[in-house]
Design a protein around this ligand. Structure first.
Ligand SMILES: [Zn+2]
Length: 585
């Protein structure tokens, strides 16, 4: 009997009209090396995502690593007297999801501050305010959960009268697009007068009848009225563990904290030391850098660099915020905002193109400085002109430091790919992490307000991927715990559905050419994000010697009707060979 055998059977699967080849791989047998497995999984449909897109039925785990993957007979050889056996009963298994963009510590703190709800119309906002008014003592501020006007049915803030209708006993505030709507009690609290308020450091935008419509600015006044609560560390830790448990319940086993502090990093280390961490975490450090010297000082304080840490708590890239966003109304575009966008965001200058925080020269300087110190970079950049400026700066660094092309620079968001920038990004080895759940929730507004050219490019997964840019899909999860209704949805199966079907909440498809195959989409939440953090040899696929991080699904991701992809439930999640989530029957 040969010690190691490997056989491939090519089969053709047809899903949603898209054909792809898949191979079934027999186990590579290294049973003799290390004795029996801790756990074996048998009788499943294991999407390994190896290079050949092999399918397997069974997998063996020892010390948190995969020691065999293949058919049941081969994996059975790893069964010993103490081996745990998991019968999969034909269920589909995918590699553990690597969520390339979340703010779990922020979510934890937020969950201690106030409740979150997804509110999609003025009527829903009013109902929520009425309920909240019954819970809070009169006079207490009611802050409406973050709701973007791109997601409101009316595509605008509620009016003062609409908020008054819901509540006259408490000051009420609704914030979106960097502008605040208030009820009359709210206007009195911030500006002394409900009819013509005066707000220090703020500008009151009036409606057609001259009454107050929205407040722009006034941040210091608001902060004084609604100070940020301070939470006890143990409460934050408990809340963070709840966030991680919610991630495990949708198959997430690794996350990127996309902007957290050194204290947060140490918190993660402490959780790991106490064996309380149910996700692996790679941290992004964000700052506003004014010079190369700033980068040097900042990284010296951290006394670490990209790749430091271990397989549980790892140092990722530095991050800067280059432009604004589509929700805030300041994404930096190649064209002027014009009348439609100006009206929508309640701006006043139609020649406005968005905000940009860095000149190309400054970005070149800070990217070069970080690169020389051994750091990877990523940047928040949403608009197409913002991406142009980042790529111009990177190209300038590349001219003197061609090795930056191997540093996997990531454009975070990059909502509107353009043909020329895709080409440059691909040449510079630039990657993208973007949010397909935003297409689900925001593309209807993008289509109305920006136009069809923009909605068909919006979250242009097909453009990026076919242009040779390694692209990760992630949620940018910030507030709330519900996988679909939080700000922003973090359910990987909703994101996969959008990537495959390119349908938004109304079922509309803008830019059908952006659709991905199911396997391409799955790579965007597993192997591609692993590539972004240089861990592709440990995660992102189910292969020999990789981490036993995986999720068992309630239906076949590859063959279920397309509409069902977003309804997929996780039956069980395994991290490092240990079950961290099992669905209650
Ligand atoms: Zn973010």
């Amino acid at each position: 009997m040969p010690f190691a055998t490997r056989a491939f059977y090519f089969i053709l699967l047809l899903t949603g009209g898209v054909a792809f080849a898949a191979a079934v791989v027999a186990a590579e047998d290294n049973r003799a090396d290390g004795g029996p497995a801790d756990t074996i999984l048998l009788g499943g449909k294991i999407i390994t995502l190896d290079e050949k897109n092999s399918l397997a039925t069974a997998l063996a785990v020892r010390d948190g690593r995969i020691v065999a993957v293949g058919d049941d007979r081969a994996v059975e050889r790893f069964r010993g007297p103490k081996t745990q056996v998991e019968q999969l009963g034909g269920k589909t298994v995918i590699p553990g999801v690597v969520a390339a963009h979340c703010h779990a510590v922020g979510v934890a703190r937020n969950s201690l501050t106030r409740p979150h709800a997804e509110l999609l119309s003025v009527a829903e906002v009013q109902d929520w305010v009425r309920r909240r008014a019954k819970e809070l003592p009169a006079g207490t501020w009611i802050r409406i959960p973050r709701t973007d006007i791109t997601r409101m049915a009316e595509r605008r803030h509620p009016t003062t009268a609409e908020l008054d209708e819901a509540c006259a006993t408490h000051p009420v505030i609704f914030t979106a697009a960097r502008k605040h709507a208030l009820n009359s009690a709210g206007w009195v609290a911030v500006g002394g007068d409900a009819a013509s308020p005066q707000v220090a450091g703020g500008r009151v935008i009036v409606d057609a009848s001259g009454g107050p419509r929205l407040l722009a600015g006034g941040g210091s006044v608001l902060q004084k009225l609604m100070p940020r609560p301070v939470h006890a560390k143990e409460d934050v830790v408990a809340a963070l563990r709840r966030v991680h448990t919610s991630y495990n319940a949708v198959g997430i086993t690794s996350i990127f904290e996309r902007a957290a502090s050194m204290d947060d990093f140490l918190l993660y280390r402490q959780l790991r030391q106490q064996r309380q961490l149910s996700v692996r975490m790679t941290q992004t450090f964000r700052s506003r850098f004014r010079s190369a010297a700033d980068v040097e000082a900042f990284t010296k304080r951290l006394a670490m660099k990209t790749g430091d840490g271990d397989e549980w708590v790892r140092v990722g890239p530095l991050k800067i915020t280059v432009d604004g966003g589509i929700h805030w109304g300041n994404t930096y575009l190649r064209e002027e905002y014009g009348a439609r966008r100006i009206g929508f965001y309640a701006h006043d200058d139609p020649s406005y193109r968005g905000d940009v925080n860095y000149s190309a020269e400054l970005m070149t300087e800070v990217f070069r400085a970080g690169h020389e110190l051994g750091w990877q970079w990523c940047c928040h950049v949403t608009g197409d002109a913002g991406v142009d400026r980042v790529l111009e700066s990177l190209a300038a660094v590349h001219a003197t430091h061609p090795d930056i092309a191997g540093r996997r620079f990531s454009l975070t968001h990059a909502y509107f790919p353009a043909t020329d920038s895709i080409e440059i990004a691909s040449k510079l080895g630039v990657c993208v992490d973007t949010q397909s759940s935003l297409y689900y929730k925001d593309s209807a507004a993008i289509d109305e307000v920006y136009g069809r050219d923009w909605s068909s490019r919006f979250i242009g997964l097909g453009d990026w991927i076919r242009g040779g840019v390694t692209t990760a899909i992630a949620g940018d999860h910030m507030i709330g715990l519900d996988p679909n209704q939080s700000m922003n949805a973090y359910n990987p199966f909703l994101m996969l559905y959008v990537a495959v079907a390119r349908k938004n909440r109304d079922g509309d498809v803008f830019g059908a050419h952006q659709k991905l195959s199911r396997l391409e989409a799955l790579r965007c939440v597993t192997s591609h994000p692993a590539y972004l953090e240089f861990t592709e040899r440990q995660k992102g696929s189910l292969e020999l010697n990789k981490f036993a991080d995986l999720a068992v699904l309630d239906r076949n991701y590859l063959t279920c009707p397309e509409e069902q992809i977003r309804q997929i439930q996780v039956e069980m999640t395994m991290l490092d060979g240990q079950v961290v989530y099992r669905r209650k029957k």
